[in-house]
Design a protein. Structure first.
Length: 312
């Protein structure tokens, strides 16, 4: 346990407006949402319906938010939701979502209605950060009256179909910077002691503890294992502090924690976690792992819709 590992804040006292302003002043643009994300989305307009579902405004910056949908939407088909970039620094989540649309989404034409939101948090994407400009974690803010613009906008988008979604996969990464920056910052922001953790080397999944679907999770793990390695449990049988319930799988309470993967009533839900800092994986493998996870998740859900309805 370390009392003061972060340069902002006073140990034992949560941040106020002054600390948040200091933190914000240190954030700098490091890459372009327009160049990396919007430019790719523009190339998809000929094959898919692209719609702006909101904006994120942090003066003087303003970012349009886009969803990519199946061109031939049918009310008799199940809906599938893919989200990436809830944490802006998790690059393969954004690229994986875009690559899936570019290379594989057309394969599901006439089988499912797809909604893909490649980058939920563009401000954080540009600054390679976990939080938004208010020092809030969007992936703990998916709840009624959300304080996070990013989370509230996505919830509004999904609200009309939340009962019709068959599968939702949310694409994330666990990085070395979680321990070097983000978890120390979180402890400082909340006025608690920082307790160092262990970063798992490899891919893993997070299932919904309220409605677990072990066969679904293992189908995704099996597909990703063909692309990159699966994270082993630590000596205590845990991954990021949570007990493994199967190889490469842990569980969180999605809705109670305000996580993105809990925003629908989908019977099949999962959060991917790729480890881009592994010496055993390249950026291309990380992107490919996300794509493999999306395809496997959709394929399993479409093959087992009746079972999902019974188990929900």
């Amino acid at each position: 346990m370390i009392d003061s590992p972060y340069p902002i804040g006073t140990p034992g006292r949560p941040w106020g407006a002054e600390e948040v302003a200091t933190w914000l002043s240190r954030q700098t643009v490091q890459r372009s949402y327009a160049a990396d994300v919007l430019r790719v989305i523009d190339t998809l307009r000929a094959r898919f319906d692209v719609s702006e579902y909101g904006r994120v405004d942090y003066a003087p910056d303003s970012y349009p938010l886009f969803a990519v949908r199946s061109r031939h939407w049918r009310d008799d088909l199940p809906c599938v939701l893919v989200t990436g970039g809830v944490h802006g620094y998790e690059t393969s989540g954004v690229r994986g979502a875009l690559h899936f649309v570019e290379w594989h989404a057309s394969n599901y034409e006439g089988r499912a209605n797809l909604i893909v939101v490649p980058c939920v948090s563009p401000w954080a994407y540009e600054r390679i950060h976990r939080w938004n400009a208010a020092a809030l974690d969007p992936n703990r803010s998916f709840r009624d009256d959300s304080p996070a613009q990013e989370s509230a906008a996505l919830m509004r988008l999904v609200a009309p179909i939340r009962d019709r979604v068959l599968m939702h996969i949310d694409l994330h990464e666990t990085t070395d910077s979680d321990e070097s920056e983000f978890r120390p910052a979180l402890a400082s922001r909340d006025g608690v002691a920082y307790e160092p953790g262990e970063i798992p080397d490899g891919f893993y999944l997070v299932d919904d503890s309220a409605h677990p679907q072990p066969a679904f999770q293992q189908a995704v793990i099996a597909a990703v294992a063909k692309v990159t390695h699966i994270a082993p449990a630590d000596a205590g049988g845990r991954i990021i502090g949570s007990p493994t319930v199967a190889p490469g799988v842990i569980e969180y309470a999605f809705t109670r924690l305000g996580l993105c993967a809990g925003i629908t009533h989908a019977p099949y839900k999962t959060t991917t976690e790729v480890y881009p800092d592994s010496p055993r994986a390249t950026p291309e493998q990380c992107n490919a792992a996300q794509v493999a996870a999306v395809c496997a998740a959709i394929d399993f859900a479409l093959a087992h819709p009746a079972k999902a309805s019974v188990e929900r």
